[in-house]
Design a protein around this ligand. Sequence first.
Ligand SMILES: [Zn+2]
Length: 442
Amino acid sequence: MQRVLVLDKNKKPLMPCHPARARQLLTQGKAAVFREYPFTIILKERDGGDVQLVTVKVDPGSKTTGIALVADFKRGKRLIWAGELTHRGQQIRDKLLSRRQIRNSRRSRKTRYRAPRFLNRRRSGGKLAPSLQSRVENTLTWVGRLSRWSAVHLLSMELVRFDTQLMENAEISGVEYQQGELAGYEVREYLLEKWGRKCAYCHATDTQLEIEHITPKSRGGSNRVSNLTLACHACNQRKGSQTAAEFGHPNIQKQAKRPLKDAAAVNATRWALWRRMDALGLPLEVGTGGRTKFNRAKQHYPKAHWIDAACVGESGEQVTISPNHAPLQMKATGHQSRQMCRVDKYGFPRTSAKQGRVHFGFQTGDMVKAVVTKGTKCGIYIGRVSVRASGFFNITTHTGTTQGINYRYCTPIHKSDGYLYEKGEALSSATTRVAVSPRQNS
Ligand SMILES: [Zn+2]
């Protein structure tokens, strides 16, 4: 179960507590709710206290980033809080694209003279695209928040897909890959990247891929990475003890000989995140994607972003996750729109100019609870509100949007902070995926 984050009266973090304990403290009046998402309480009397060591662990992804708080108890490491952060990279890209198109069309229209803009933008090196930058900022926002509300002593993140150093050595010295060993997982990640996550022979993608020897072992082929590729089960079987050339794919051997360039393993966004996390001043541990998978498979956890986060790095080797643990879903929504009014398809104003952002004390993006007692919309709604100057709001819950709910029915539970919150799926109900074991042909 998600623990409740606890602050002392000076807003210094204490050890996160069990929800039952938090409820007790709240009913006794010893604590007050500090934040709803993530649920944090503030103790009214307490000043300081014992804390165990807590690690913030991050598994950065392009669409979703997993975040986990792992406490180092005497009995071992335990997941105490987890979240899945959904980024808005695509949304940012689309918005910038539409802005560009509108500006382009405006400039090319037959209108007063406007000097063409051409090669007049300056961009300093090492800058990320806005959609990628937002992923870094989102993740940092949450690492920052969590380290403010819990006693964090270590940061941990997955930096690269696989250990290039290990791979380089493997290409040169032919380190044997062994089934189930950490190196095997690194090799697998490496091969997935190198062969584009598809069968090298039939290019099938939606299937379980097996590690395949280009020159079979029975014909004197080695376990070197340069002799390995990925194949679907059917191709692997059909190929049998033939070499790739005999199987009708002469170029596979040549392709395999070329080691994967370093660049393929290096992801600009992850490095940017790493630099920013490093600057936070806490010890920072890094892990590889191969290691994360290895840790997760060893502990028989299903695949989910928040579970991957808990399994990142060396510190993720042994982490207890209770079966009813459900992560918090956090979806980046951005804050406001700069558009002053809606336009029709010709670009002319369709609505009147935007009113103020706050109406009746509510702002779009606030999480509210509405208890509607009258009319066809009778019921309880907990969700994100879209405010209207008329006082009739829209509330989006996980089941959908209900329009026209009077502000009088609404109570704020969480002020807008750029994220939409929902409770995630528990570990026990997450879809279990069987760990793929690297299989060999003879
Ligand atoms: Zn195939």
